[in-house]
Design a protein around this ligand. Structure first.
Ligand SMILES: CC(C)(COP(=O)(O)OP(=O)(O)OC[C@H]1O[C@@H](n2cnc3c(N)ncnc32)[C@H](O)[C@@H]1OP(=O)(O)O)[C@@H](O)C(=O)NCCC(=O)NCCS
Length: 255
């Protein structure tokens, strides 16, 4: 999607999300060469050129929103401190400085599709991966998911509009306000498909209030968990997914 083009999202001393760019493909490709990660994320192994092609398509496809999860800005001592006073775009970070290969820990993404059972609703399938194994168990997935969901909630109108109108650029800034168009599908439900063996991922999503939609796993051996009431003022969503005052969207600029 283009909605996160040029946007980095910081959660204070927890995590930094940057858009998935070609500079990240080498490390990403290394990660995805691991058969276990392929299985856990239901991914197929790709050749080098295919990985680059995939990154390009994710950048612009109207149905895929992707961020690379990086170490938080507070771990770069030389970086100018950034005010966290409000939630608007008040600062900037440089690509190639905040997202070097050794600062990348994983990715978080959402795949959008029409809900066949409700013609007003779009389904947003979430996936998260902390690829660097020594970085697991340190709260990165929790922080990245909270930050990602807050970004989605903040930009839900833009996301649904971009999804519904494939040919129209939907970057909305103060100089390019949100068009008056109402997308035909104006509700978003977040869900995740989790392999029955993946107890860590299931525990993570359930701790945010995602609930199993069925008593049994699917034919593919996966749980489908949903966050009901998202974007409709659901209390559990707001309490479990609060980001506090550390959330900040920043311009992500070329070094
Ligand atoms: C699942 C995964 C994303 C968790 O990442 P992580 O950074 O280690 O998770 P966190 O440290 O943020 O922990 C968040 C929560 O996840 C759950 N969790 C994490 N590791 C767990 C484990 N080994 N066993 C059980 N629950 C676990 C817990 O609920 C934890 O919350 P708590 O610490 O308050 O108990 C990571 O293991 C991973 O990337 N696995 C491979 C890819 C994958 O399976 N992705 C999910 C596809 S949907």
């Amino acid at each position: 999607m283009r909605v996160n083009q040029g946007v980095a999202v910081s959660l204070k001393d927890k995590v930094l999300l940057v858009p998935y760019e070609s500079r990240h493909v080498e490390r990403y490709h290394e990660w995805m060469s691991d058969p276990l990660l392929q299985e856990q994320t239901s991914s197929l192994p790709l050749t080098h050129p295919d990985e680059y092609a995939m990154q390009k398509s994710w950048r612009v496809d109207r149905d895929k929103l992707t961020f690379i999860i990086c170490l938080p800005l507070t771990t770069i001592p030389s970086l100018t401190p950034i005010s966290t006073a409000d939630e608007t775009t008040t600062g900037q970070v440089r690509s190639g400085e905040v997202d070097t290969p050794e600062r990348m820990v994983g990715d978080v993404n959402m795949f959008l599709s029409d809900d066949d059972e409700n013609d007003e609703r779009v389904l947003g399938e979430l996936e998260i991966m902390i690829a660097e194994k020594e970085m697991r168990g340190k709260g990165f997935a929790r922080s990245a998911l909270v930050t990602f969901i807050h970004f989605i909630r903040t930009h839900v109108s833009d996301i649904l509009l971009e999804y519904s109108t494939p040919s129209s650029p939907t970057i909305t800034t103060s100089s390019n306000p949100i068009p008056a168009t109402i997308p035909p599908r104006n509700k978003l439900t977040l869900h995740a498909k989790i392999s029955q063996e993946n107890t860590a991922s299931l525990a993570l999503f359930e701790s945010f209030g995602f609930c199993k939609t069925r008593e049994e796993v699917s034919y593919f051996g996966e749980w489908d968990v949903r966050l009901e009431g998202f974007g409709e003022g659901g209390v559990s969503e707001i309490e479990a997914l609060a980001v506090g005052d550390g959330y900040q969207e920043l311009r992500y600029v070329e070094a």
